[in-house]
Every structure is written in structure tokens, then in C-alpha cells.
Design a protein around this ligand. Structure first.
Ligand SMILES: Nc1ncnc2c1ncn2[C@@H]1O[C@H](COP(=O)(O)OP(=O)(O)O)[C@@H](O)[C@H]1O
Ligand SMILES: [Mg+2]
Length: 231
């Protein structure tokens, strides 16, 4: 089957005008693809975790691109025009944010913080402010407001969901797309795109284990899946 697009973590296959089949790979990249590797079983985990979280969010009234799971590594989604933005919600300082401001990882923030970066690998996904998003015409003002409000709502839902499972949601990245005048939550929500810390031990249970060579990467992904499905 001919590919529509192959990215760093997923392959998109066309299914006509309206839907796509997304295949989740085991390939992992970090630091703007300077670090590369394989996390065996990651594609299965990310497909199943994303599917479960999209279902949860739909139940709570968040509109997403998710249609159905097709196999262990594949889901069907509505085809959207992806806004060229990575939308990040942070509860505590970690990763690039901690580095940028000279903060210790885990420093709490006074309030949840929404950040945007321009989705552009060649430029290294630079941070972009809301006024620049509007000035460059990357999103209409109403779309930007909807994206921000939805991201905060998604954060409330996911933070509570993971807390019930002994995982602290530290930050996450979302992508949104437009379709028939609607803004839909798209892409994936997985241990590749969230920071999850075990509440009992403080250990990272996400892609930071790969980024920082902490070991136990596969086991951490499997444990996140177990807790997400285990309810
Ligand atoms: N519903 C959708 N319709 C169209 N494109 C999508 C949809 N969901 C996700 N995408 C895009 O699919 C691409 C493939 O995913 P991924 O491998 O993560 O790529 P990347 O290397 O760009 O991060 C991403 O660029 C993402 O924006
Ligand atoms: Mg991606």
C-alpha cells in the first residue's frame, strides 16, 4: 500500500478523502532526531495508549480525529489539515523548559502553562509566541483560542486519569488539525509525547528513559500501557 507520509514515529496511509490509517513504528528519535534508536513494542503501546486516551477524551466531550483501532499497531483517523504548531502543556519544569530557564526538573509551576512551538524539523521546532502565530497566519484567532482552551481541558482530564493510576502527568504535547471548519485533536498521546512520573518512586515512565539512557525503556512503556488499560 502506498504511503502518504512517513514521519519519525508513524506512517500514514491514505484511505480516500476522509480517513487515514496510521501505523505506529518502534523507531524512536530524540533531540530533533540527533538521537535514534528502537524501542521494541513501542508502536503497539503508543497505538493502544493513544486509542484509549482519545476514547476517554471523546467521552468527556473533546473532539478528536480518532475513529477506531484497526490492529495492534494501527488506527483509523479522520484526515485533517494539521496546524503547524506543537502545543505543550506544563505542570512542572522539565526538559527544554527547565534548561531554558535554568530550573531544576520537577520545579512546580504556579499555574498550568500552555506553550507553542512551530512544527518545523529543519528549524528545530522553535518556541513561538501567540502574537507570532497570528502575525504569521499559522492559525486564526478563534482557532488559537479553541486550541488553548481544549489543551487546558485535556490536561485536566488526563492529569486526573493518570493520578488514579499512580502516574504524575508532568507535561505533554498535542497537535491539532482542521476539518470542515472544526478543530480536532489529532496525532498521538503516548509516552513519546508526555512526561509521566511514577508517584511512588519519582521514576520517569516515558521517552525520557530513552533520551537520558536510563535503561528499562521497554518495561516502562509496557507498564504505562498496563496501567492505562488496567483502569
Ligand atoms: N489526522 C491526521 N491527519 C493528517 N495528518 C496527521 C493526522 N494526525 C497526525 N498527522 C501527522 O502525521 C505525521 C506523522 O506522524 P509522526 O511520525 O509523528 O511524524 P513527525 O516525524 O512529523 O513527528 C505528523 O506530522 C502528524 O502531524
Ligand atoms: Mg510526531
Amino acid at each position: 500500500m502506498e504511503k502518504l507520509y512517513e514521519g519519525k514515529a508513524k506512517v500514514l496511509y491514505p484511505e480516500g478523502e476522509d480517513t487515514l490509517r496510521v501505523y505506529f513504528k518502534d523507531e524512536a528519535t530524540a533531540f530533533n532526531a540527533q538521537k535514534r534508536g528502537i524501542i521494541p513494542g513501542k508502536g503497539v503501546v503508543n497505538n493502544k495508549v493513544s486509542a484509549a486516551l482519545f476514547r476517554l477524551l471523546e467521552e468527556r466531550g473533546v473532539k478528536t480525529h480518532f475513529v477506531e483501532e484497526l490492529s495492534e499497531r494501527e488506527m483509523r483517523v479522520k484526515r485533517v489539515r494539521i496546524l503547524p504548531l506543537e502545543v505543550i502543556l506544563r505542570y512542572k519544569a522539565a526538559g527544554s523548559f527547565a534548561k531554558r530557564y535554568g530550573l531544576k526538573e520537577g520545579t512546580p509551576l504556579k499555574a498550568p502553562l500552555v506553550e507553542f512551538s512551530l512544527k518545523n524539523d529543519a528549524l528545530g521546532d522553535p518556541l513561538i509566541c501567540e502574537d507570532a502565530v497570528l502575525a504569521l497566519g499559522l492559525a486564526r484567532p478563534e482557532a488559537l483560542e479553541a486550541v488553548k482552551a481544549t489543551t487546558l481541558r485535556v490536561g485536566e482530564i488526563l492529569k486526573a486519569f493518570f493520578a488514579e493510576r499512580g502516574l504524575e502527568l508532568v507535561d505533554f504535547k498535542l497537535e491539532f488539525g482542521e476539518r470542515e471548519g472544526e478543530i480536532l485533536l489529532a496525532d498521538e498521546i503516548s509516552p513519546d509525547t508526555m512526561r509521566l512520573w511514577d508517584m511512588a518512586t519519582g521514576e520517569p515512565m516515558d521517552k525520557d528513559r530513552f533520551r537520558k539512557d536510563l535503561g528499562g525503556v521497554e518495561a516502562a512503556y509496557q507498564e504505562v500501557l498496563r496501567r492505562v488499560l488496567g483502569g
